[in-house]
Design a protein around this ligand. Sequence first.
Ligand SMILES: Nc1nc2c(c(=O)[nH]1)N[C@H]1C(S)=C(S)[C@@H](COP(=O)(O)O)O[C@H]1N2
Ligand SMILES: [Mo]
Length: 170
Amino acid sequence: MNRQKLIINLTRWLAVFLLIAGLMPINLRAQTVLIISGEVTKPLTLQAADLKAMPHTEVTGNDRDAKEHKYSGIPLSELLKQAGATLGSALRGENLTKYVAIKAIDGYEVIFALAEIDPDFASRVIVLADAVDGAPLPQGVGPYRVVVPGEKKPARWIREVKSIEVRFAK
Ligand SMILES: Nc1nc2c(c(=O)[nH]1)N[C@H]1C(S)=C(S)[C@@H](COP(=O)(O)O)O[C@H]1N2
Ligand SMILES: [Mo]
C-alpha cells in the first residue's frame, strides 16, 4: 500500500469513528459525571457507564407532589464502599465523626453523617437515583438525585448531583 492510500484509509476510519461517536447519546460518551473524593482510599472519577453498571436498588418515596414514586438508584453505601470509605467494621472511633458532603451543579449542598449511610447503622437505604417510575430523571432533576426514604421533608433530596466528598467534622 502506498502512502497516499494509507492516508485515505486512515481518514476513512476516522470519519467512521466520528460518525459513530456523534450518534452516541451524550450521556454515554466518556465524560465525568460524578466525583467521589476526600477521606477515601480510592477516589473515584465516574462516567455514566460506570454508574449504570453499579448495583441498583429500588426505593419508594413521596415526592413534593405527595404521590408515591418508585426510584431506582445506587445505594450511597455502595458508592462509598467502592471508593474505600470507612464503612462496616471500620466505622467506629474517630471515623464516627466523618460526614458526607454532596454537591449539586447549582451550588446546593447537603450533608449526611457517614453513619446515616452505613447499612450497619441505618435502617433506610439512601440512594443516588437515576430513574423514577422506570424512566430517567428529567432535565434539571437528574441525571442523579439523592432520594432519602422516610425523610419527612425532601430538602436533602439534592438534584443534579455532581460530587460526593467524605470529610472529618473535626
Ligand atoms: N440541586 C438542588 N437540589 C435541591 C434543591 C435545590 O435548591 N437545588 N432544593 C431542595 C429542597 S429545599 C426541596 S424541598 C426539594 C424539592 O424537590 P422538588 O423540586 O422535586 O419538589 O429539592 C431539594 N433539592
Ligand atoms: Mo425545600
